[in-house]
Design a binder for this molecule. Structure first.
Ligand SMILES: O=C(O)CCC(=O)C(=O)O
Ligand SMILES: [Fe+2]
Length: 300
């Protein structure tokens, strides 16, 4: 068996994974590569994110191929879109970037014949976390990505998540936390080990993935992870990431007619705390009325 390197090892991306990298991924459930995108590419991706955000805001687009855009507030209280799906479909530069030769070895890690999912699942996603009043994306609760499969009515399949990081993030600036090794847990712990997206508490087993702009991380979809809130505010708290899906299995392209997957409908309700509070109030009224009626019936 190949020796497993220390958990804080940062790797360099080559044409394929080395034995050491494979052993690391298998053991901990993630890999961290330094300096995969150049400074100029990071600038380009940030600019494309800004451009698409402005385009969808001005065109009043609410969802793409059934996947909702996450609307919130950005710097200076301006309207912002904090998660944009299918970006490579609307940006030639992003499309060219994710097809660059340096990434050619990545699909094979996922499985034989794996492909880049430009029009499947949520496509190539750009996220923007920022800690300002009104931001709907300051943090993201504990979750496993694989559980989303249940909403597609199938058991979680092995899946790897590829993230290109577009900011320098240290522990105090929030960022990705994950629990190494939990990709080997059984289905029940994956389902119930923590409250998906509701639980935010620090876990004694968690590690913080501190990134530099241009880094690439790969994590197993069965791994417990979260994004912590930045301790800074405003521009200082900005964290941008790009997620690239590589898929195996039947080709399932989405179109404008595609329905919103259940986990996004749920997410939308939870992001909109006001809706949630209104629903709770409504439920309380119904329960109250029901109880009053019941009491009246009993003559009490
Ligand atoms: O932003 C990140 O690094 C992680 C985001 C994430 O876990 C997700 O969108 O499922
Ligand atoms: Fe995730």
């Amino acid at each position: 068996m190949t020796h497993v390197l220390p958990i804080d090892t940062k790797f360099t991306l080559g044409e394929t994974l080395t034995e050491e990298q494979r052993a690391f991924l298998d053991h901990y459930g993630f890999l961290h590569f330094r300096g995969v995108a150049t400074r100029a590419e990071v600038e380009m991706l940030r600019a494309e994110q800004d451009r698409l955000e402005q385009r969808w805001l001005s065109e009043g687009i609410k969802q793409i191929n059934g996947i909702p855009l996450f609307f919130g507030k950005g710097l200076g209280g301006k309207p912002a879109i904090q998660r944009i799906p299918f970006t490579s479909r609307f940006s030639e530069r992003i499309q060219a970037f994710v097809r660059d030769a340096r990434f050619r070895g990545l699909p094979a890690i996922v499985g034989e014949g794996a492909r880049l999912g430009d029009v499947e699942k949520d496509g190539v996603v750009l996220n923007r976390y920022v800690n300002v009043p009104g931001s709907v994306y300051q943090r993201l609760g504990w979750h496993t990505d694989g559980l989303r499969d249940l909403f597609y009515l199938r058991m979680p399949q092995q899946m790897l998540n590829f993230g290109v990081h577009l900011d320098d993030i240290t522990r105090d600036n929030g960022g990705l936390r994950l629990i190494p090794g939990t990709h080997k847990q059984g289905f029940l712990s994956m389902l119930l080990g923590k409250m998906h997206f509701i639980s935010h508490g620090e876990d004694r087993r968690e590690i913080c993935v501190e990134t530099e702009a241009g880094d690439l991380t790969i994590h197993d979809g069965r791994l417990w992870h979260r994004v912590a809130r930045s301790q800074r505010e405003g521009a200082e708290s900005m964290r941008r990431t790009m997620f690239v899906p590589y898929l195996t299995g039947p080709y399932e392209p989405k179109t404008e007619a595609s329905k919103t997957p259940g986990y996004h409908t749920l997410g939308k309700v939870m992001r909109n705390a006001r809706t949630l509070m209104a629903l709770l109030a409504l439920a309380a009224v119904f329960l109250g009325a029901g109880y009053a009626g019941y009491a009246a019936l009993l003559g009490g």
